[in-house]
Design a protein around this ligand. Structure first.
Ligand code: LHQ
Length: 265
């Protein structure tokens, strides 16, 4: 199936997914969010894909919700749109898909990531940004609160003070500041962004996919777990990893002093 507003290319085990409405800074319409969810679901089920790299065409990652989308129209009586339906159908579904993804999901943020666009990037497992990237919690500027998981992710990533500063002031945080704050993994030179993120994605695609899935699951569960329950969870997941071909290969490669060749099984 072909998608216009979201592009997909698969090579070397990496599904590169590109948000593709550059003239609108890759702002999301409802159909575009649906396309992205469908693409992610098919990448999740495709055994050839062992890592997803999400990025944006042109000078933005995404400016969030397309404010001119028909779903955002006010009624003739002046009544506001049913934003809850858009949040549920587009952003909650997207963030749940990304966070429930078994394989690593990288975001390469070049330029602006605003509103739900910023929070979609921050929901990914590893975020690499160009030096001139701008993370903007644009919501308060239009009378809304951060959505797409922003109120969950921000305080966990950067603490309450910075989360509230970003949410209430809506100021841009650039790539270097984002790295210094721990909002993202790494900031790189703008012209190296896609090369560096691509290399990282290929290396993850050649890694122990099932161990990555287990690490993601355990780290995500930790927020709601006691240490005791977390230790039990780690034990169960580690037990399962101990039975994988990749564990056998990892230990063999170490013993034989050679690079491992993981199959993702
Ligand atoms: C846009 C957009 C955009 C349409 C730039 N829509 N066209 C969930 C559910 C339901 C409701 C509401 O929200 C949500 C979640 C959200 O995401 S709320 C937050 C929505 N996003 C925003 O409020 C950001 C709005 N955009 C901006 O503040 C600026 O465009 C930023 C700071 C992103 C970039 O500024 P500049 O670099 O100066 O670019 P620009 O403003 O000149 O934009 C370029 C073009 O892109 C322009 O179109 P034009 O035809 O004039 O060239 C903009 O209108 C268009 N565009 N964002 N969200």
């Amino acid at each position: 199936m072909g998608y216009k507003s979201v592009l997909l290319e698969v090579s070397d085990g990496v599904a590169t997914v590109t948000l593709n409405r550059p003239d609108k800074l890759n702002a999301f319409t409802t159909p575009m969010a649906g396309d992205l969810i469908a693409i992610l679901k098919s990448a999740g089920a495709d055994p050839k894909v062992r890592c997803v790299l999400l990025t944006g065409a042109g000078r933005a990652f995404s400016a969030g919700q397309d404010l001119s989308d028909p779903a955002m129209a006010f009624g003739e009586d002046g009544e506001g749109p049913d934003i809850g339906t858009v949040v549920d159908g587009c952003y909650n579904a997207l963030v749940r898909t990304v966070r429930g993804f078994d394989k690593p999901v990288l975001a390469a943020v070049g330029g602006v990531a605003a509103g739900a666009g910023a929070n979609l990037a921050l929901a990914c497992d590893i975020v690499v940004a160009g030096r001139s990237a701008r993370f903007i919690q644009a919501f308060a500027k239009i009378g809304l609160l951060p959505d797409a998981g922003g109120t969950y992710m921000l305080p966990r990533l950067v603490g309450r003070a910075r989360a509230l500063g970003m949410a209430l002031l809506g100021d841009a945080v650039n790539g270097e500041q984002a790295e210094a704050w721990g909002l993202i993994w790494k900031c790189v030179d703008d012209d190296k962004l896609l090369d560096e993120a691509g290399a990282l994605a290929r290396s993850l695609a050649a890694g122990p996919t099932l161990a990555y899935a287990a690490a993601k699951r355990a780290l995500d569960a930790s927020a709601a777990n006691t240490l005791d329950r977390q230790l039990d969870l780690e034990r169960g997941l580690q037990q399962a990893c101990g039975k994988t071909a990749d564990f056998r290969e990892g230990v063999a490669a170490f013993t034989e002093k050679r690079p491992p060749r993981y199959s993702g099984s």
